[in-house]
Ligand binder design. Structure first.
Ligand SMILES: Cc1cc2nc3c(=O)[nH]c(=O)nc-3n(C[C@H](O)[C@H](O)[C@H](O)COP(=O)(O)OP(=O)(O)OC[C@H]3O[C@@H](n4cnc5c(N)ncnc54)[C@H](O)[C@@H]3O)c2cc1C
Length: 163
């Protein structure tokens, strides 16, 4: 008895796309990631935080508005690390919600923890509570009709390709 047709390790951009593509083909799909890493490097430590920090600095220093209001214009006199962290955390939390909703809308099950392959068709997921769940997938193969190998979706969004 299999739990999923496709089980994706990693909810970064590549894992999300693989999971949703398979769900749209009518497959039973699960996606595994750590609680604080939903959305992958992109949302939590890379793309989104770096761009949010840059935008926050541009906004708070008033740099982009100085043509209009004069060279001394600033939104905030003293910019602290907590100002920048607060904005970054706010954006990360909003983006994480968007991803959770998108996965839920497509009926992709979100499984919290770190996965490791037990064999070609099974994965242990360590949710951090000291107990591991054992999930079984149907088979490793190409998705019929999809014409793509989901394993090739990205460096970290590795998928146990199952039919
Ligand atoms: C500072 C920085 C800035 C960046 N800026 C940009 C940018 O402006 N534009 C751009 O296009 N790209 C940018 N990138 C690159 C972009 O973040 C990556 O290309 C993208 O996140 C890769 O997506 P991915 O799904 O392959 O992997 P990742 O986003 O790395 O996601 C992998 C996920 O897999 C999970 N995972 C790994 N092993 C397991 C396991 N055993 N079990 C469960 N989960 C697991 C991890 O927790 C993680 O959530 C930036 C990267 C960094 C570091």
């Amino acid at each position: 008895m299999y739990d999923y047709d496709l089980l994706v390790l990693g909810s970064g951009p590549s894992g999300q796309k693989a999971a949703i593509a398979a769900a749209k083909l009518g497959k039973r799909v699960g996606i595994v990631d750590r609680r604080d890493m939903i959305g992958g490097v992109c949302i939590n430590t890379g793309t989104v935080p770096s761009k949010t920090l840059r935008e926050a600095v541009l906004h708070l220093t008033g740099l982009t508005q100085r043509d209009l209001y004069g060279s001394s214009y600033r939104v905030k006199e003293e910019i602290t690390v907590s100002d920048l962290a607060a904005r970054t955390e706010h954006v990360i939390s909003r983006q994480t919600d968007v991803i959770r909703n998108q996965l839920a809308r497509n009926r992709v099950a979100m499984i919290t923890g770190t996965g490791r392959f037990a064999d070609a068709h099974a994965v242990w997921v360590d949710g951090g509570s000291g107990r591991e769940s054992h999930l079984r997938g149907r088979r490793r193969d190409r998705l019929p009709g999809a014409g793509v190998h989901l394993d090739g979706a990205g460096p970290a969004g590795r998928a146990a390709r199952l039919r």
